[in-house]
Design a protein around this ligand. Sequence first.
Ligand SMILES: [Ca+2]
Ligand SMILES: [Ca+2]
Length: 192
Amino acid sequence: MSDTTNDPQDYWQICFDGGTDGPTGGGAPQSDDVRLDIVGHSTVTWYRGTGTGWTPMTASPDSQFQWKDSISGSPTSSTPHWILELIINKQNVGIGPRFGARIAVYDASNSAAGVLAWPPTSRDVPDAWGDFPYSAEAAPTSSPSPTVTPTPTPTPSPQPETSTSNDIYVIATIVIIIIAVAGAVAFLKLRK
Ligand SMILES: [Ca+2]
Ligand SMILES: [Ca+2]
């Protein structure tokens, strides 16, 4: 998806399967699950699971939550498109180091494309959301094989300029790529 239009019905949506010891799944949103909707590039609504559905929260569960979206080019596409950057304190939201989530985008100028989501599953079924693993270890490095001629270090792919090792980047078109895993604070960068 490459959304280049500012529509009141555009939206970003992220569902988190909360649980301080990891995702708890379930066939419907539970009280430790939260959902974030950003509609029309202006209106933020947080929801909490009720056991059967979602109910809006009166205030953000995360006092440190920040977000910004804008139309711009990015390292993976020079065509200006919507990019969302947000910072979420996972502890404030009740998300454990390892968690489940589903990320969806909708372009009201391209309703034929429908809602694009990763995973392409129901918003309302935590069991079907994606797993975001966590490791406190350093990123693994491959061991050289004695039978293989060492290859040159590959040219690094362009990285968002705000990348740090403590951030989570999620690039959402249709494919989601986790570049790093966060500790207490998850930083998500989405594009559509
Ligand atoms: Ca749009
Ligand atoms: Ca849960």
